[in-house]
Design a protein around this ligand. Structure first.
Ligand code: SDX
Length: 433
């Protein structure tokens, strides 16, 4: 899968100079495309590591997939603004763009759509032995992580990661099967029979059918809800070097197959600080309970006793452009489903927080998760499915980065550390401990 042409950059002559005061030696390092190369640092000061545990100041990749500008609230997939893609594209087309680097021609898209549609089925053993083997109250994200990894054992040829055609087939399988696995996890957790994919439906409508079909011969999703879900899938498809993508690139750099690497990424997304935040927002809104309780909750956040879930972001220090689009989509969904009683609490929280210096000074604004959970709940999804809904489209982004690191022949990711533990000491027997 070829990566789209990287954007031409006019290299500038800006630079930094670092001096090792122990030796008096200096080295000038160009500032190139917003970064400085670590090699001159290492040559000047071997064994002196740049200490950055959460990688907050470290560029972990040269990437052509997604561009974020946190100051100006810009998000572009392969150069295309998220606002235009959300309004004019579809998730399947965006998945093609992310994985291939370019928008498809009509013929390329039809081939892509046909392939994805005809890889939505999962092996019966994945359903019978895995999906149905979990405890009755298993969290759908735990089921999803495990079944994604299990696919690695059903497609052993996936280990041939440097064969572009083999890799492409696994990418198609994963993008196509994520909704089937997700819907299967949901149906199992509700004690309902598994619903097979309906190849006559598009990606989002088929997913809603596998989730909510009951006795009717064919499930016809409300077109407004299917479209809203497709927009949410577009908005969640990639987000450069976030925690789960970093997990994908780390595991991928060891040349693990795409299934187990995706399972690692989905595991990271499960965390409440990352993809689990949309579920945590709903729990938070339910705990607040009413608009009257918002000021007291905000006080507890400012006292460090609570965290305002759905607010804040490592990169966006202004607004998250996805949150703006999701907020508009919410109103379209509520016109169909009726307004969520929690919406008023969310709107009040946003109003109070955006007027409070604690949040303004820390540049804390609503992120992608603040309103998405309200939409999912209004569409009938239970809270434990919210992160699953994040993982389904994000697999396209994860696989784009996986492909990129292999095509860049990236070395295995193995950071150094600052050792701050005990110095050398001798072993002592129990009797004198
Ligand atoms: C996603 O990386 C991505 O791109 C992720 C994502 C994607 O698409 O992949 O965008 C998806 O993960 C969105 C974020 C979802 N998570 C949440 O909504 C959980 C709540 N948010 C936080 O936990 C936090 O804001 C993070 C994790 C998102 C960002 O954390 P940082 O960058 O490490 O910021 P920080 O923890 O260093 O906070 C800086 C200050 C601290 O206060 P001080 O110590 O300076 O006094 O801001 C405070 C924090 O206490 N702070 C918050 C807060 N987030 C940060 N205070 C209250 N509520 C919050 N939500």
């Amino acid at each position: 899968m070829s990566i789209g042409a990287s954007r031409y950059h006019e290299h500038v002559t800006e630079s930094i100079t670092i001096t090792d005061n122990r030796s008096g030696e200096s080295v000038e390092i160009p500032i190139d495309q917003g970064g400085v190369d670590s090699k001159p640092w290492n040559q000047l000061m071997p064994g002196v590591w740049f200490n950055d545990p959460s990688f907050g100041t470290t560029a972990a990749a040269d990437s052509t997939v997604t561009e974020l500008d946190g100051v100006n609230g810009i998000l572009r997939y392969r150069g295309y603004p998220i606002e235009q893609l959300a309004e004019r594209s579809s998730y399947l087309e965006v998945a093609y763009l992310l994985v291939n680097g370019e928008l498809p021609t009509a013929e390329e898209f039809e081939t892509w759509r046909y392939e994805i549609t005809h890889h939505t089925f999962i092996h019966e053993n994945v359903r019978k032995k895995f999906l149905e083997g979990f405890h009755h109250d298993a969290h759908p994200m735990g089921i999803l992580v495990a079944t994604i990894a299990a696919l690695s054992t059903f497609y052993p040829e996936a280990k041939d990661i440097f064969d572009p055609e083999v890799r492409r087939k696994q990418i198609v399988r994963l993008i196509a099967k994520m909704p089937t696995l997700a819907a299967g996890a949901y149906r199992f957790s509700r004690g309902m029979p598994f619903v097979y994919p309906d190849n006559s439906l598009d990606f989002s409508a088929n997913f809603l059918s596998m989730l909510f079909k009951t006795a009717e011969p064919r499930y016809d999703a409300n077109p407004v809800l299917a479209k809203a879900l497709d927009v949410l899938f577009i908005l969640h498809a990639d987000h450069e070097q976030n925690c789960s993508t970093t997990a994908m690139r780390t595991v991928g750099s060891a040349h693990a197959d795409p299934y187990v690497a995706t399972a690692a990424a989905a595991s990271a997304l499960y965390g409440p600080r990352h993809g689990g935040a949309n579920e945590a927002v709903l729990h938070m809104l339910e705990r607040i309970g009413s608009i009257d309780n918002v000021p007291a909750f905000i006080d507890r956040v400012k006292a460090g006793e609570e965290r305002l879930m759905g607010f804040g972001h490592r990169v966006y220090k202004n607004f998250d452009p996805r949150a703006t689009i999701i907020k508009n989509t919410a109103y379209e969904v509520f016109d169909v489903t009726g307004k969520s009683p929690l919406l008023d609490i969310a709107l009040k929280l946003e109003e109070v927080a955006l007027a409070d210096n604690y949040f303004v000074d820390r540049k804390l604004y609503p992120n992608v998760d603040f309103y998405s959970g309200l939409i999912y709940q209004a569409m009938g999804f239970p809270m434990d499915m919210f992160t699953v809904l994040f993982a389904i489209p994000r697999v396209a982004g994860w696989l784009s980065h996986y492909t990129e690191l292999l095509e860049q022949d990236q070395r295995i990711i193995r950071p150094r550390q600052i050792y701050v533990g005990a110095g050398e000491r001798d072993y002592v027997p129990f009797s004198i401990r």
